[in-house]
Design a protein around this ligand. Structure first.
Ligand code: ZN
Ligand code: ZN
Length: 168
């Protein structure tokens, strides 16, 4: 069952107080039943966060992450005009225990539910690579390790449960 919109609004208020010091201005939260391959989207003017009702129904456990992801965008936009997946975005994601990000496109932030399932992440430079399959062997960050396998820059592999953003 989907939480109703007033419950979402309450969740927004709670997360705002708990994780963002109340710095996010009011946003309308709505479901969008037309999203078929998006899980969430933020619009900055007017401030609106839309969640895919299909996606939340299928993956109720993803509600927190989906909402928080869009709230980080809202927070960064409100406090510093930042719309991207910047270093500040990633820092906040890690603080909140969110796994990974993908996408970036002007005003709209969206998730794709395609079949890519793994993220390889370099803890050293924060580079992330999306893969459809788990890599068969240890992989090092190409940017950090200069062409040969270097254990210090081994990429960590995260499995993504069908929810992630993509660059369009
Ligand atoms: Zn995003
Ligand atoms: Zn690296």
């Amino acid at each position: 069952m989907l939480p109703d919109v007033s419950a979402l609004q309450l969740l927004f208020a709670q997360y705002n107080a708990l994780y963002f010091g109340g710095e996010i201005p009011a946003h309308r939260i709505a479901y969008n039943a037309r999203f078929s391959n998006l899980a969430g989207r933020i619009t900055y003017r007017p401030p609106l966060i839309e969640l895919s009702s299909k996606h939340i129904l299928r993956n109720p456990e993803s509600l927190r992450d989906t909402l928080l992801h869009e709230m980080i965008h809202a927070w960064l936009f409100a406090t510093r005009g930042d719309r991207g997946h910047s270093a500040a975005f990633k820092k906040k994601m890690r603080e909140l225990g969110l796994s990974s990000i993908y996408h970036d496109m002007g005003a709209a932030r969206e998730f794709s539910l395609d079949s890519k399932r793994y993220v390889l992440r370099c803890e050293h430079c924060s580079a992330e690579i999306l893969r459809r399959r788990r890599p068969p062997s240890l992989v090092a960050c190409a940017r950090c390790s200069r062409g040969r396998y270097d254990q210090r820059y081994q990429l960590k592999v995260y499995e993504i449960l069908g929810l992630r953003e993509v660059t369009d």
